[in-house]
Every structure is written in structure tokens, then in C-alpha cells.
Design a binder for this molecule. Structure first.
Ligand code: UDX
Length: 448
């Protein structure tokens, strides 16, 4: 490593939905002539399905968890902030493997990354892998609690998130997993609100979004942070075409899609973390079957509580007589780009939302947790590029909503207009592209 050079350490939260956008970000920095090291956990480094982009150096630290144990968010926060943080400190400090680092860009959910960088005198920036709207909702949690607006489920509009007073309901607020009566009492949401508040104190925030999608939320965030760079959607112009997956993709589904008419298939995926009950699975399956459309369904082996993947495949096969196709993990960006896909039934994770938006595919949303609740409200009520089923997974609702979205020229028109705008944003001299250039200059100046 050249001692005089700008050298950025990119540190994602060790989950698929965080690694993907930060890997595209790191690749873009390399392309801009910046030296970049990318920090994985040891577990994820072993799991990587593909080689990294050329020019990117990979490093790793332990996550403090046994190998056979897939930890939850809070558990991982705990072990990363002890075992992981000690290794991170050693890596960055004078004698460490990355002592030439001039700037850390860490995931907004890793507070110790900022604290330790501060202690060592290294400037740090926070990277937000979720939407600006959900970041603002998390940042507003103290206000929402103060106003008593966190009880759900409820259709009441909330006043506590600036700029969203006219359409954001209590049921669109970030939600955890423990079924707490109020999201303001949920341990996961509280933790995320706490780390969000910490990240807002960083030198700057980098958000994987476009101003054309989230102008108002970005302006409100800018008013309470030092600087904000909206540089997304990063995958849309990434040179790193290979997958960033931790799972092996089943490419066979592409040939299966080739055999279908244009816009005739429903693509179904709930991302990398959602776990559904057997009853929810049955309702989705019955609803999809009743639409009469072919569907491609990503069912990770660990995704349905108490059910083996063989059993699930059998259930889909029996119900569908061949019209359904199940994979454990799909090449999602290729699938969304395929002419046969007519809509995406999604959990509205932010990467999935952006990948879908860039391809102009209409969405049916069934948000699972946290940011997805807010994203799905924006899809339905603000961008009008899809419909939001919210917390309902009843077969009748699934059938009606999928049918409506597959048939709606209006929704498809909105989705396609958004796709065109996003492509302009990431191309030069689009707004996201200019913001990325401004960010590179900002990072270069931090060295002086
Ligand atoms: C969650 C949050 O919802 C997200 O907003 C946050 O930033 C990260 O954590 P996740 O459940 O993983 O993320 O969903 P999503 O953000 O949509 O990311 C999933 C990624 O996995 C996408 O990039 C998608 O393309 C990829 N994927 C998913 C595949 O490559 N194949 C699949 O079969 C399913």
C-alpha cells in the first residue's frame, strides 16, 4: 500500500443486504482511483460465492459467534462490539494490517466503528444501506415516543416524522420481531434507533438512494447531520456484474423464465432474513395459485418455520402442477431484468426495492420488519409503483393484490418512469453521479 495515498476502509454490517450495496460502493471508489480495503467477517469471507472485484483488497475480523450458529441482529451486535471491535482496533492501529487507512466508511449500524476511528484520529463516514425515509423514521423515534405515536397496528397518521405527516401511518413505522405493543418498546427498534442517532454524528452520511426518490427525507436528514451524499442506486452502474451473494444462485431458473411469455411470471422473494410461519407460507401459496400466473419463488432452506425445503418444494409442486418454480437463491438482478417477469412480490428490503425500481418492475409488498414497513408505504402511497399488503398475508389479499398489480397499466407506467429517472441519476451528469464525485473529493480532502 502506498503510504501517501488516500486509503478507505469499507466496513459493512456482516449481512447480505448490507454487503451488497457496500461492495458496489467500494468498487466505485476503486474505479475512482481510491485504494480500498473491504472488511468482512471471517465467517462471510469463507462463504463468498464469487471472487471480489479486481483492485479490492479483502480483510476479515471474527464476529465472535460459533460457526454453526446463525445469530440474530442483537446477538451479533453484542459479539461484534466485543470480539469484532478488538480485532478492528488492532487492524487500524499503528502496527495493524491497515494502519495506512485515511478514512473509514462504516455501516451506520456499527457504532464502535465510528468510536474507535475517532479515538485513533481517523475520520469516519456512515453508510446507510437502507432508505432515507426509514433512516429518518428511526432518527425520529424519540419524537414519536414523546408524541405517543408508536402503538400498532393502527391506521392513524403520525406527526413525528417530518415531511411524512400526510401519509405515514403507525403501521408504517419500523417494526421489530417481538410483537411488542409499541414499536418504541421493541428492543430491535430501540437498538436501531440508538445506532442511527450515533451514526448521524459522523462527518457525513452516505445513503444508497437517489434524490429523485427521496428528496424530502434527505433534506430533513441534512438539517440534522454534517453532510449527506445520496449516491444510489449503486448497483445500477456498478462494474461488478458478478453476484455479491453469500449463497450459490440457482441459474436454472433463467432458462425456465425463457420459456414464458412477456410479463407473465410473478417473482417472489422475501430477501435474506425474513422467516415466515407455516401458515403464512400456505396462505401465500394458495393466493399465488389462485391468480393463475406462473411464479418463481425463492425459498431459502431456513425461511419457513419448522418445515424442510423438500417438503416445501413438494407442496408448491403439488399445488401448482408445474406452474410454480422454487429455488433456494436466485440471481435476483438477472431475474428482475428478464422480460417474462410481470411483478415482484417482495418484502420491500431496500436492495430489492432499488433493484426492482431500476428495472421498472411493479411491486407487491409484504414488509417483514424494520425499514421495510416504511419502504412499502412509499412504494404504494408516494411513488405509486406498486401496492402494499402491509401486515396481511391472507390468501384472498395475496390473490387480489397480485392480480391488480399484474394488470395495472398505471402502476407499470409509474414504475417505468421511475426506472428511466434512476438511470439518468446514475449516468453522468446525473445527480447521484455528481454526488459520488463530490464524495470522492470530500474523502480526498479528509487526508489533509
Ligand atoms: C435487510 C433490509 O431490509 C435492507 O433494507 C437493509 O438495508 C439490509 O437488511 P434483506 O432482507 O437482505 O435486507 O433484503 P434486501 O435489502 O432486499 O437485500 C437482499 C439482497 O439479496 C438483494 O440485493 C437481492 O438481490 C439479493 N438476493 C435475494 C439474491 O441475490 N437472490 C435471492 O434469491 C434473494
Amino acid at each position: 500500500m502506498d503510504d501517501a495515498a488516500v486509503h478507505v476502509l469499507v466496513f459493512p454490517w456482516p449481512r447480505q443486504g448490507h454487503i451488497n450495496p457496500m461492495l458496489h460502493f467500494a468498487t466505485a471508489l476503486v474505479d475512482a482511483g481510491v485504494q480500498v480495503s473491504f472488511l468482512h467477517t471471517e465467517r462471510n469471507l469463507r462463504r463468498l460465492a464469487h471472487a471480489p472485484p479486481v483492485g479490492l483488497r479483502l480483510l476479515s475480523i471474527p464476529d465472535g459467534q460459533p460457526d454453526d450458529h446463525p445469530p440474530g441482529f442483537l446477538e451479533l451486535q453484542e459479539s461484534m462490539s466485543t470480539t469484532g471491535s478488538a480485532a478492528y482496533r488492532a487492524l487500524l492501529s499503528a502496527a495493524g494490517a491497515d494502519s495506512t487507512v485515511t478514512c473509514v466508511v462504516a455501516d451506520s449500524t456499527i457504532p464502535f466503528a465510528f468510536d474507535i476511528a475517532d479515538e485513533l484520529g481517523i475520520p469516519s463516514l456512515a453508510f446507510v444501506t437502507h432508505s432515507a425515509c426509514s433512516y429518518l423514521a428511526l432518527l425520529s423515534m424519540p419524537k414519536l415516543v414523546e408524541l405517543g405515536e408508536t402503538a400498532f397496528p393502527a391506521d392513524d397518521l403520525v406527526r413525528g416524522v417530518p415531511g411524512m405527516e400526510g401519509f405515514l401511518r403507525r403501521r408504517d413505522l419500523p417494526r421489530g420481531l417481538c410483537c411488542a405493543e409499541k414499536c418504541g418498546e421493541d428492543p430491535l427498534v430501540l437498538k436501531l434507533a440508538e445506532v442511527t442517532a450515533r451514526s448521524s454524528k459522523a462527518r457525513a452520511l452516505i445513503v444508497n438512494t437517489a434524490a429523485s426518490m427521496e428528496r424530502s427525507a434527505l433534506a430533513h436528514i441534512a438539517s440534522c447531520t454534517a453532510d449527506v451524499f445520496a449516491v444510489g442506486p449503486l448497483h445500477a452502474k456498478s462494474r461488478f456484474a458478478a453476484s455479491t451473494s453469500l449463497w450459490r444462485e440457482d441459474d436454472g431458473c433463467m432458462a425456465w423464465l425463457d420459456g414464458h411469455e412477456d410479463r407473465s411470471v410473478v417473482y417472489v422473494s422475501l430477501g435474506s432474513l425474513a422467516v415466515i410461519t407455516h401458515e403464512q407460507f400456505t396462505e401465500f401459496l394458495a393466493g399465488l395459485a389462485a391468480t393463475g400466473y406462473a411464479f418463481l419463488w425463492v425459498l431459502r432452506p431456513d425461511m419457513v418455520q419448522m418445515a424442510s425445503s423438500a417438503l416445501l418444494r413438494e407442496a408448491v409442486g403439488a399445488a401448482e402442477g408445474g406452474r410454480g418454480r422454487v429455488v433456494q437463491w436466485a440471481p435476483q438482478r438477472d431475474v428482475l431484468r428478464h422480460r417474462a417477469v410481470g411483478c415482484f412480490l417482495t418484502h420491500a428490503g431496500w436492495n430489492s426495492t432499488l433493484e426492482c425500481a431500476v428495472e421498472g418492475v411493479p411491486m407487491v409488498c409484504w414488509p417483514f420488519f424494520v425499514d421495510q414497513q416504511t419502504n412499502s408505504r412509499f412504494v404504494d402511497a408516494v411513488w405509486r409503483t406498486g401496492l402494499d399488503m402491509k401486515d396481511i398475508s391472507d390468501r384472498g389479499v395475496v390473490e387480489r393484490t397480485v392480480r391488480e398489480v399484474m394488470k395495472s397499466d398505471e402502476i407499470r407506467g409509474m414504475a417505468q418512469a421511475m426506472a428511466q429517472q434512476l438511470r439518468r441519476d446514475v449516468a453522468e451528469p446525473g445527480l447521484s453521479s455528481s454526488e459520488f464525485e463530490r464524495l470522492v473529493r470530500f474523502i480526498e480532502e479528509l487526508k489533509h
